[in-house]
Design a protein around this ligand. Structure first.
Ligand code: SAM
Ligand code: SF4
Length: 459
């Protein structure tokens, strides 16, 4: 048996891809290990979205150079692979900057990994960053049932990849390529295999997941709303989620799915990036702040208790105090249950990076701190509002203390509770009793006495 260590950075897409890379390497005799120390093969599954994320790879490669040297002194070979979006964006530059790297492979070529590794083993520095004509999903093997089961009751499933939107700050259209949707039958087959192995919650993922427009079994183009409706019929699938969405693609069928499908969890990650119309236009987001508010109104009308989440960028080139204040107003008006916020990071090759009105780092840091304090208040307010709520929890793992179990609420809150005779994969009814800094606490109760939707809708 050979050992492979895969380290993933960045988004859920990379988490999913890491599992599929492990699946393609397993038939080649590789078992996954938890650290690089004794690995014959180390894969860094990288992220290029912000400069910091990309730079992390080079510091990790510095550490791996030492490790490779130590192992070589014991007569052991170590192959170093850089995969993911840094691989796609920087290609051969990586092997120039870090000669320790044996293979650079972009996200569309993971199905060719065994052949590429064999080539690199014969001494060649291999760089594979083409967008191949064949579809990797047709060639990536499924994990054996026991492996899927061991990975947990909640799984990601890629339904869409790439992006055609070209926001002026973003590298994704260049690293992940044009938007493509997997055919419905392929997604159903993967979902059924996951459910059969014990997965209870499926999160459909894509860079623009709600732009999904895959070929249906009836020959027509299916929307994400239609796909969710079909997936909800698979026995064993108790919960459905999807991420990440773009406001432009929040269509009527998806909003209706939030109203009609009990399995579709009341949680929506819908990045707005900024509350300023001027900045939204400069970002090429293709909507203004009013349109975003109207979408939120429609979603809330369909599902009053929905927990809302977003991404924000502060310090985009030319952002004024007034623009930033517009973002703060939007945050206060909407009341997000959670959010991710970032300082604008100029990315080579994107239009915004070439602008000459870049903001000083200090201004970005100051605005980020102000925004994060407000988002944190908003998150805490949402969590406090759920205290006393009786809701269902999908049990995902043992808690930190003996007898404690942990799972997620429908609103994607981590909840810990004491319970006997509860198994991972069960959905149990819990009353939320307390909020902590990182998770909530609850106690199991007999039945769902207060219907979640009504209680939260009234808050
Ligand atoms: N497709 C999603 C959308 O349109 O909202 C976002 C996908 S992107 C992988 C995740 C998040 O990274 C973005 O929503 C944005 O907030 C952030 N991001 C992307 N490029 C960035 C940059 N150059 N600087 C800072 N944050 C960035
Ligand atoms: Fe990037 Fe999302 Fe914009 Fe596409 S829609 S360019 S992934 S931020």
């Amino acid at each position: 048996m050979k050992k492979v260590f895969i380290k993933s950075y960045g988004c859920q897409m990379n988490v999913y891809d890491a599992k599929r890379m492990a699946d393609v390497l397993r038939p080649e005799g590789y078992v996954e290990v938890e650290t690089a120390d004794n690995a014959d093969l180390v894969v860094l599954n990288t992220c290029h979205i912000r400069e910091k994320a990309a730079e992390k790879v080079y510091s990790e490669l510095g550490r791996l150079r030492e490790l490779k040297g130590e192992r070589a002194s014991r007569g052991q070979d170590t192959s170093i692979v850089v995969a993911g979006c840094v691989a796609q964006a920087e290609g051969a530059e990586i092997t120039r900057r870090a000669p320790v790297v044996d293979l650079v492979v972009g996200p569309q070529s993971y199905h060719h990994l065994p052949g590429l590794i064999a080539r690199s083993r014969s001494g060649e520095k291999v760089v594979e960053t083409e967008f191949p004509a064949d579809d990797k999903f047709d060639h990536l093997p499924a994990a054996p049932r026991a492996v899927t089961r061991a990975r947990g009751v909640s799984a990601f499933l890629t339904v869409q990849e790439g992006c055609d939107k070209f926001c002026t700050f973003c590298v994704v259209p260049y690293t992940r390529g044009a938007e493509m949707s997997r055919p419905v039958v392929k997604i159903l087959a993967e979902a059924e295999q996951l459910a059969d192995a014990g997965v209870r919650e499926l999160t459909l993922i894509g860079q623009n997941v709600n732009a999904y427009h895959g070929e249906g079994p009836d020959g027509r183009t299916w929307t994400l709303g239609l796909l969710l409706e079909r997936l909800a019929q698979i026995p064993g699938v108790a919960r459905l989620r999807y991420t990440t969405s773009h406001p432009r693609d929040m269509d009527a069928s998806l909003i209706a799915a939030h109203r009609d499908l009990p399995a579709l969890m009341p949680y929506l990650h819908l990045p707005v990036q900024s509350g300023s119309d001027r900045i939204l236009a400069a970002m090429n987001r293709q909507h203004d702040s009013d349109e975003y508010r109207r979408i939120i109104d429609r979603v809330r009308a369909a599902r009053p208790d929905i927990a809302l989440s977003s991404d924000f960028i502060v310090g985009f080139p030319g952002e004024t105090d007034a623009d930033f204040e517009d973002t703060m107003r939007l945050v206060r008006d909407i009341g997000f249950a959670s959010a991710y916020s970032f300082k604008y990071s100029p990315r080579p090759g994107t239009p915004a990076a070439d602008r000459d009105d870049q903001l000083p780092e200090a201004v970005k840091s100051e605005r980020l701190a102000v925004l994060q304090a407000e988002l944190d208040d908003s998150r805490r307010a949402f969590n406090r509002a759920t205290v006393g709520l009786v809701t269902d929890i999908l049990v995902e793992r043992q808690g930190r203390h003996p007898g404690q179990m942990a799972g997620k609420s429908p609103y994607l809150q981590a909840v810990q509770f004491e319970a006997d005779g509860v198994a991972i994969g069960d959905t149990i009814t819990v009353e939320i009793t307390e909020t902590g800094p990182n998770s909530l606490f609850g106690r199991p109760v007999g039945a769902l006495s207060t219907p979640t939707r009504e209680r939260m809708g009234a808050l």
